[in-house]
Design a protein around this ligand. Structure first.
Ligand code: ADQ
Length: 462
């Protein structure tokens, strides 16, 4: 069995409870092969008087059968690679937000520099038959850097965020370089069929690639395979968490506090891609258009702080606070607040209790690679009396979760209508939809995702 080497921007200890689904899923595979997980440490080292002291320091830690190797970044590298190019250019563009991308700041040099530095640190740790799996937009050029140093092992890439249509990608000043770098991989995995179509069109129209067979492209004297591998959740783990003490306590508290209300829930990172202001406007439209919900429907919106050092994130926070305040001021009463807005991360063990207490789950991003909250909401429901998922058609998850109520989050009135339908959906229809959705979430869980991706990577090597 080949050793698995995972590379991602951040590394988590898979044995820690707070690590989350992806870390646990990758942890299983890493553990089984005595694997290595490589990434940045999260430590930012301030350089002394313009020097680069401390930059690139490597930390190695053993956890069970897995080795975690992390690298420190200098302040300059962190700002250019992480905050600048990854989250100030690639994240907005890949989420179709050209208006928010900062192309002129020259971050690209730092992005290249850190990818090259990672390749230098990783290369001596590799064994001849390792299988390397690189994750996400921070590390697109990593394989090209490794290949330039003579690396011949299988290398796969998985993009967790959407891949936009060719003309949007083409707005990135260095898009030819960035996309050409994908050809250093043996397999590129995407979240959805729509993303795969965008990649195919880009490669055909912009890179002049030859379509050798569906999902196989030839260009730059290399062959690249690409496929859609929608990521899933660990359903059994989520179900166990739902039955755990913390989730049950949360469920009981919610039921007591909101006994006469109908709960709606949103759980997101506070990110402009998640459509939070649009969601609040749709909820306001619901109260406006369907007054029977006043004094009853209550939205609990948890928005975890995220990337606060990037300007666009403080803007979205202010907008959201203003909107929630206005709705509560206009519609609230002495004994009823329409929106409970919480700017915090809720403990992972509590979240399923919140989902189960809610009649409606609102997952309405403007664009999202997949969106795991949608799948977690389904897995946390009581099959006898399940809540209803209102899901944006622009989340990758919408390709699979067709039994949710699919909405266009830009259409405030139509989203309000869908929320009204969800709140008043008869039990039998709720049960039927939930049954189908859960079957889909189970069939394509995180273990399926990992296994199908790694199987394709083993077959793809050319
Ligand atoms: P994210 O954009 O972070 O991930 P998502 O898929 O929704 O989005 O996953 C978030 C995870 O964090 C979920 O497990 C959720 O429960 C948890 N979470 C979010 N907000 C929270 C809060 N306030 N409190 C507690 N927990 C919270 C990126 C892509 C997605 C893709 C994933 C995985 O943007 O499209 O689905 O990677 O590939």
């Amino acid at each position: 069995m080949s050793r698995l080497v995972v590379v991602s921007n951040r590394v988590a200890d898979p044995r820690k409870a707070a690590a989350g689904g992806l870390a646990v899923a990758l942890g299983d595979a890493l553990s089984a092969s005595g694997g290595l997980w490589f990434g940045s440490s999260g430590n930012v080292v301030e350089s002394a008087a313009g020097g680069t002291a401390g930059e690139g320091k490597v930390h190695t830690q053993r956890t069970g059968h897995v080795t975690l190797v992390t690298v420190d970044l200098s302040r300059e590298d962190h700002d250019a690679y992480y905050r600048g190019y990854s989250n100030g250019v690639l994240w907005p563009v890949f989420h179709y937000r050209l208006d928010l991308a900062d192309f002129d700041a020259g971050y690209i040099e730092g992005y290249r520099r850190v990818n090259r530095m990672f390749a230098h640190k990783l290369m001596p740790l590799l064994k001849p038959d390792d299988v390397i799996w690189v994750h996400d937009y921070h590390l697109i050029p990593l394989a090209a850097e490794l290949r330039a140093m003579g690396c011949r092992q299988r290398i796969g890439f998985y993009l967790h965020i959407p891949l936009p249509p060719p003309l949007i990608l083409a707005a990135i000043p260095a898009h030819e370089w960035l996309m050409r770098a994908l050809f250093a991989y043996d397999l590129v995995g995407l979240q959805s069929k729509a993303d795969l179509q965008h990649l195919s069109r880009y490669l055909r129209d912009e890179a002049g690639a030859e379509l050798m067979s569906p999902g196989t492209f030839g260009a730059f004297s290399r062959v690249l395979k690409a496929g859609a591998f929608p990521i899933g959740i660990d359903v059994d783990d989520l179900v166990a968490l739902t039955q755990g003490k913390e989730a049950q306590d949360t469920l009981t508290t919610m039921r007591e506090q909101f006994a006469r209300r109908q709960l709606l829930v949103g759980v997101d990172r506070l990110d402009y891609s998640k459509g939070l202001p649009q969601r609040i406007r749709a909820f306001r439209a619901l109260l406006d258009r369907y007054p029977e919900n006043r004094n009853s429907a209550t939205l609990i919106q948890v928005a975890a702080p995220s990337r606060e050092e990037v300007d666009a994130y403080s803007d979205i926070r202010e907008e959201l606070e203003r909107l929630c305040g206005a709705v509560n001021g206009n519609y609230g009463d002495l004994d009823w607040m329409p929106i409970r807005y919480i700017h915090r991360t809720v403990a992972r063990k509590r979240v399923p209790g919140l989902f189960r207490a809610s009649r409606v789950g609102l997952v309405t991003p403007l664009r999202d690679g997949m969106n795991l909250v949608a799948k977690e909401f389904i897995a946390a429901q009581d099959a006898d009396d399940p809540g209803v998922l209102v899901l944006s058609r622009f989340a990758g998850a919408a390709e699979q979760l067709t039994d949710a109520l699919l909405v266009n989050p830009y259409d405030t009135q139509a989203t309000a209508d869908a929320i009204q339908t969800a709140l008043h959906m008869p039990l039998q229809e709720r049960q039927l939809r939930h049954q189908r959705l859960l079957a889909e979430v189970r069939a394509h869980d995180v273990h399926w995702w990992r296994e199908s991706y790694l199987r394709s990577l083993m077959e793809a090597h050319t």
